[in-house]
Design a protein around this ligand. Structure first.
Ligand code: HEM
Length: 144
């Protein structure tokens, strides 16, 4: 028969069975989710930065064009997105510090889950007053 997979019932192929029993590298939990969130938040920040550069460039078309476009920042949905932007920067910054702690002190990786939840606690603690201040203004501006 030469090389190749043996014939017959797939479940009896020892090598194939062993391969299917390997665990996925995507394990979920704190490590994977914080890694994904670090990237997702930075994409949001970069999109906002791009919009900011474009609307600032509109100054070249005169005050009328600029004022008309930046008026969109008074819209409540945009203001809620700005709150999200603050949250994204806050998460990225705090999680970045957590990553740097592990980079400088590799033994901190032994406590990575605890470090992650500590970071989340700091994040929540920082975002609570910010959400209160920004949220109140958004509600007042929207509903009078
Ligand atoms: C404010 C404080 C910030 C801290 C402490 C911080 C920290 C970090 C760290 C430690 C990483 C590496 C992540 C890793 O090795 O897995 C990283 C990645 C990155 N950061 Fe920041 N960062 C900050 C702000 C920003 C800002 C404002 C931007 C952009 C506007 C930015 C853009 C990026 C990008 C594009 C990456 C690469 C993401 C990737 O590898 O997929 N960061 N940051």
């Amino acid at each position: 028969m030469g090389r190749g997979l043996p014939e017959g019932d797939v479940r009896l192929w020892p090598s194939v069975k062993r391969r299917s029993e390997l665990t996925t590298p995507y394990r979920g939990r704190e490590g994977q989710w914080s890694w994904i969130a670090h990237r997702v938040t930075v994409v949001g920040v970069l999109l906002y930065l791009f919009a900011y550069i474009v609307d600032t460039a509109l100054v070249g078309w005169g005050p009328d064009a600029y004022n008309r476009v930046v008026a969109v920042y008074h819209h409540p949905i945009i203001q809620i997105m700005e709150l999200g932007l603050v949250g994204a920067v806050m998460y990225h910054a705090l999680n970045g510090i957590r990553i740097m702690i592990i980079d400088f002190w590799p033994r901190a990786a032994d406590h990575h889950a605890r470090l992650f939840w500590g970071t989340m606690l700091l994040f929540g603690g920082a975002m609570a007053p910010i959400t209160w201040i920004m949220g109140r203004r958004i509600i007042e501006a929207t509903f009078g």
